[in-house]
Write a protein that binds this ligand. Structure first.
Ligand code: NDP
Length: 315
């Protein structure tokens, strides 16, 4: 059977950016759009921080990216990939771009997307000018989000479920400069959201129920990379399930001269976007990673090493 050229798993910014580049380079490209075509951006409203795009919503941006990819010949399959080895037997190369989902609490918060609830303060802080907002979480993201929100919000309260930070000492220190603007509530769990928009939060404060007024709610309780189906593959993941590309490994401090930075440890399998990146998680950075993976993939297809060779690391 003649193999097809490139399969891209995921249709968020990373996957579609990769598809625009591979298909424009006249490489036969199929995008497996998965369960959530368009990825996380389809859950946002107005996009204000994607360079070059003014007055577009997240869903509109993803429709435009899809049209741009299909214009150059990429085919979109509305299927979910569950078996990487099968895909590899059908395609010369694979780009993994499945993204990651913000962890949720399951208390009905999804009804409030775009109505005062967000999981991305960097994206949405500017919509909360003069508002009283809450951030759930105790890690670096919670502190980073809370400090970012102080630029706009009238007051920020961080709800930490335990009695200590998960955040690094450096981030904890950052809070010292925000004593007026940020309050921390310890041993506090969010139980319920009330209102048409986010209006009231029902909290459990060390066993005591308390209801507070709120005009905004941000979750910063971690992300879950959509890499579950890779558990039985040979693709190397970190302890949280993020894909370890060669670039990600060198960022961990391993000094390497890497031939294909966006390739995984499996030859011909590349990865990009939030399923690799647990730090920046922006549409713009995902697009950049998708483009890099497409360029590596194109070059690898042209100068490919012998079949089944591992991703060669030199230096
Ligand atoms: P983390 O996994 O580090 O922290 C998650 C936080 O959410 C923890 O405090 C955890 O509580 C809390 N949490 C988890 N589940 C629940 C729940 N069900 N209810 C209430 N609270 C919950 O995630 P982050 O996104 O903060 O960070 C991810 C990675 O990104 C880290 O490696 C971090 O260092 C890095 N990062 C670095 C930044 C920087 O350096 N500028 C900025 C942002 C992130 P508990 O502690 O009790 O488990």
């Amino acid at each position: 059977m003649n193999k097809r050229k490139v399969a891209i798993v995921g249709s968020g910014p990373a996957g579609l950016a990769a598809a625009i580049y591979t298909s424009r380079a006249e490489i036969d490209t199929v995008v497996y759009a998965g369960e959530e075509p368009g990825g996380q951006l389809t859950k946002t409203t107005e996009i204000e921080n994607y360079p070059g795009v003014v007055r577009k919503t997240g869903p509109e941006l993803m429709v435009t990216m899809t049209q741009q990819a299909t214009k150059f010949g990429a085919r979109i399959e509305y299927e979910t990939v569950t078996d990487l080895d099968k895909l590899r037997s059908e395609y010369d190369a694979v780009i993994l771009a499945m993204g990651a989902s913000p962890r949720l609490l399951g208390i009905g918060e999804e009804k409030y997307w775009g109505k005062g609830f967000s999981t991305c303060a960097v994206c949405d802080a500017a919509f909360y000018k003069g508002k009283n907002v809450y951030v759930v979480g105790g890690g670096d993201s919670a502190i980073e989000d809370a400090t970012a929100l102080t630029k706009f919000a009238s007051h920020v309260t961080i709800l930490v479920r335990g009695d200590k930070w998960r955040a690094s000492v450096a981030m904890q220190k950052r809070l010292e400069n925000y004593q007026e603007q940020i309050t921390v509530m310890w041993k506090t769990n969010l139980k319920e959201i009330q209102g048409e928009r986010v209006e009231k939060l029902v909290l459990d404060v060390d066993g005591v129920e308390k209801t507070v007024e709120a005009e905004g709610l941000f979750f910063a309780i971690g992300h879950i990379p959509a890499t579950g189906f890779l558990k039985d593959s040979n693709v190397e993941l970190d302890h949280e399930g993020y894909i370890l590309t060669q670039a990600a490994k060198s960022l961990q401090g391993v000094k390497l001269k890497v031939e294909w930075p966006t390739m995984t440890n499996v030859a011909g399998v590349f990865a990009a976007g939030d399923c690799v990146d647990h730090r920046y998680r922006q549409a713009g950075t995902a697009v950049g990673m998708g483009i890099a993976a497409a360029l590596d993939c194109e070059r690898w297809l042209n100068f490919r090493q012998p079949e089944n060779s591992e991703n060669r690391i030199v230096g």
